[in-house]
Design a protein around this ligand. Structure first.
Ligand code: ARG
Length: 292
């Protein structure tokens, strides 16, 4: 037993027992994900600073890395649904951008870039064909889980590069969840899900420099115990992680972040996403969560 003592008001010191903090046991929950194989993946236009259409891209390597990510989820006990990829939509692999699903209610997407616009309707049709009845398509530009991050309590909503701030109130109305708007300021971290991810209900990891000063204060207020990522963690898209409450899927380069989450009782699981990163995407971008 550990104790601390300090001088009391009389002669007797006050002795307090301090419980040794037990290593926190993190419990995973089974998830359902929607993924899209990168059969037509390439970088032929540039809509974020990661995308350089002149660099060589290997679609087969992207497919290998994506398959390993899918198999990682399955090995962890999660269910992975897939949607058919479409020729001419090279970014369709980033399924997180095409829907936000909470309690079975679907809010679809509306892309900012015309090159991605057609993805939204493929996903809308997938939802309808797969038993979803409440499917609402947004009026405002809304890149779904790219910018809308459900913590289990709040919907954190990014804006600055892609999702229209007016889409935030639209999401609140459609999904019936409290929305917290956050301002993104660094073009490399153009979506909220490359600057922040949820480890567990009240715990997030984020890279403060990706946010405006006011949004940094909001995050500190909401998540005083958050894992604070380094510039290196952010630069390999380490904040694009996927947690099931215990296992945290991270790009293999995110070593400092992995170390921090391990010290919080989580189990890092590494994947190589180097080819998909050439388009500005990581594990979470390839993974839409189907909740309820
Ligand atoms: N090339 C894609 C784009 O710029 C990458 C999307 C990444 N997805 C995400 N959820 N951050 O739209």
């Amino acid at each position: 037993m550990t104790s601390v003592s300090f001088a009391g008001p009389g002669d007797e010191p006050i002795v307090l027992d301090v419980a040794t903090p037990a290593a926190q046991v993190r419990v995973p929950t089974t998830r359902r994900y929607l993924m899209c194989p990168p059969a037509y993946f390439t970088v032929e236009y540039s809509i974020n600073p990661w995308m350089d259409p002149t660099q060589p891209i290997s679609t087969s390597l992207a497919m290998e890395q994506w398959t390993a990510l899918k198999e990682t989820y399955e090995r962890l006990g999660h269910v992975v649904e897939t949607i058919d990829p479409q020729p001419g939509l090279p970014d369709m692999v980033f399924s997180a951008n095409s829907g936000t699903v909470i309690d079975g209610q679907v809010l679809g997407s509306r892309f900012r870039a015309p090159q991605r616009a057609a993805e939204a309707d493929h996903f809308r049709r997938w939802f309808l064909a797969n038993g979803y009845r409440d499917v609402v398509m947004p009026e405002r530009t809304n890149e779904a889980e790219g910018d809308l991050v459900w913590t289990g309590r709040y919907l954190l909503a990014g804006t600055g590069f892609r999702t229209d701030p007016l889409a935030h109130s639209e999401a609140q109305e459609v999904l019936g969840v409290p929305v917290i708007s956050l301002q993104l300021t660094d073009p490399r971290y153009y979506h909220l899900d490359v600057a922040l991810f949820v480890l567990d209900d009240d715990l997030v990891a984020y890279y403060p420099d990706a946010f405006s000063p006011g949004s940094q204060r909001v995050l500190r207020r909401l998540f005083p115990d958050a894992v604070i990522a380094t510039a290196e963690d952010a630069a390999c898209l380490g904040l694009n992680g996927v947690s099931d409450g215990r296992h945290v899927v991270l790009p293999v380069e995110a070593t400092a972040l992995a170390d921090q989450v391990a010290r919080r009782g989580f189990e890092p699981v590494f994947v190589d996403i180097s080819e998909l990163r050439k388009s500005g995407g990581g594990p979470k971008c390839c993974t839409m969560e189907l909740r309820g």
